[in-house]
Design a protein around this ligand. Structure first.
Ligand code: ADP
Ligand code: ADP
Length: 232
């Protein structure tokens, strides 16, 4: 089964009747385990909306979205939250780390929120993950004491701590200078290789898109191209 399968997926925003605006016009898409996909397209083409639907944050208006083989239409909030926790990690343009908590706490807090406790094995995994990505010395530092690139690496560790099969990343390097952006992207590729995690990365940066294995282009709410890309 594909990780993600969309069939005839539509999304409209209701701006007050009768102003219903359709933003995604019947998308068909599959993402398989271990893929590394870029999602590109002009501003306003629907990339964020698609990411919100894929992230189970916004319900589709019509069509089918299967995640890990499970049809998501009609699921209640508890089930959606469970499925989100099991299937997905999120990375955003702005890292959304909690400023009052250390790097380690930021990575383990989602587990605490989800499970009501932090299992010792989970904390060990968080420490190991942070160590593996070069933040072993920064475990007990707060986001304000870290560079932008380091903050984004902590956010990456947080997204991957629960070992989700798919990470949805919205402009993960959009707020970084060239050097930090390349570093964070290299880290994503490395985690992809080592953990087998699939990534779907929204990016405006052509040099980032060029380093993904598959590029999907959205224009005006339609997929206008979807092509594999040789590794460079
Ligand atoms: P980007 O191009 O980086 O995705 P946008 O400016 O298109 O950023 O959108 C930023 C956020 O604002 C998105 O989460 C989107 O859902 C929301 N948004 C965009 N347009 C509207 C709108 N007309 N009304 C309400 N929310 C919007
Ligand atoms: P992108 O991420 O590619 O810039 P978005 O998904 O943010 O595109 O936006 C696609 C279209 O949907 C835009 O016309 C935007 O104004 C509209 N839109 C996005 N979010 C909302 C919202 N919450 N309410 C109304 N319109 C929205």
């Amino acid at each position: 089964t594909p990780l993600v399968q969309l069939d005839g997926l539509r999304k409209s925003y209701n701006l007050g009747r009768p102003n219903e605006v359709e933003v995604l016009h019947g998308l068909a898409l599959q993402v398989r385990r271990g893929e590394f996909v870029a999602l590109i397209g002009p501003s306003g083409s629907g990339k964020s909306t698609l990411l919100n639907v894929l992230g189970l944050l916004e319900p589709p208006t019509a069509g089918s979205y299967r995640l890990l083989g499970e049809e998501t239409a009609g699921l209640d909030d508890t089930t959606l939250t469970r499925l989100r926790g099991q299937a997905l990690g999120f990375v955003f343009q702005f890292h959304h780390l909690l400023p009052a908590f250390t790097a380690l706490e930021n990575v383990t807090l989602p587990m605490l929120m989800r499970d009501g406790r932090i299992a010792p094995a989970a904390e060990a995994r968080a420490r190991e993950l942070l160590g593996a990505i070069g933040l072993g010395e920064a475990l007990h530092k707060k986001p304000g004491e870290l560079s932008g690139g380091m903050q984004q690496r902590v956010a990456m560790a947080r997204a991957l701590a629960s070992r989700p099969p798919l990470v949805l990343a919205d402009e993960p390097t959009g707020n970084l200078d060239r050097h930090s952006a390349d570093e964070v992207f290299a880290l994503m590729r490395r985690l992809h290789e080592e953990l087998g995690t699939a990534f779907l990365v929204v990016t405006h940066d052509p040099s980032i898109a060029a380093r993904c294995d598959r590029v999907i282009e959205l224009v005006d709410g339609r997929i206008v191209s979807d092509r594999p890309q040789a590794k460079t």
